[in-house]
Write a protein that binds this ligand. Sequence first.
Ligand code: NDP
Ligand code: 8X3
Length: 251
Amino acid sequence: MTKIALVTGATSGIGRATARILAKNNYKIIICGRREERLTSLKKELSEFTEIHTLCFDVRDKKAVFESIHSLPEPFSKIDVLINNAGNAHGLDPIQNGNLDDWDAMIDINVKGLLYVSKAIIPQMIERKSGHIINIGSTAGKEVYPNGNVYCATKHAVDALNKSMKMDLNPYGIRVSAIHPGMVETEFSEVRFKGNKDKAATVYKGLTPLQAEDIADIIHFVVSRPPHVNIFDLIVMATAQGSATIVNRSL
Ligand code: NDP
Ligand code: 8X3
């Protein structure tokens, strides 16, 4: 039977690559993000493979999150797979120089946004006693690095929420998985450095980083295991990366 997946942050990077792979693998997909024109063009691209529904909302906007998800038309209303992917880093400053707006953005998007979307969808999964939640964490949720402070804290929170969801949703047979990527070349660093493309490019200079498609492939693998198999916690790094701070720029 065709499954329905909802992907947050589908307008770019890992989320968009995930929507693409799931579309080619018989999922109906609800693609979410704030950039409506990108949602429209992705819908156009993927409609040759599957049915696509777009939801344009900011995950920080509690009301918009619940109204959007509760407004889903019947063919899309029963969500089998939720991919909590929307998120970004904003800034890379020592804690003493941190920008309060950056802190708010990261906490509101990466943690509270993930919680709002989950809260809007979990009740229907509980009712059906089935479902799968994929939380996109980060190696920054497993270790910290200089100047990573608040971003790392938000991804540690995602790691904790993933573990909590696994326990709390266990009685209902809902699968819960976290995927923690290392360096993936997406728009992530452009967002972190506020549109400075040159600075963003230096992050990946001289190494072969992960691509969004590498993570999307893994997400597809995780969601396509048989129902009794729950991959729970997965760290994925480029071969060139030894830790958050150790990168081999000759690979
Ligand atoms: P991108 O910047 O390419 O994509 C981020 C996505 O999140 C966009 O689709 C964006 O959509 C969406 N998003 C951001 N803010 C909001 C918001 N307020 N409301 C709704 N959607 C939002 O980055 P990645 O693909 O790399 O990031 C995806 C996830 O992967 C994030 O959670 C990130 O922390 C995580 N990650 C990334 C790594 C990397 O090195 N790239 C490594 C480890 C984890 P829009 O702007 O249209 O709203
Ligand atoms: C994104 C990867 O190394 O910038 O989560 O934290 S990193």
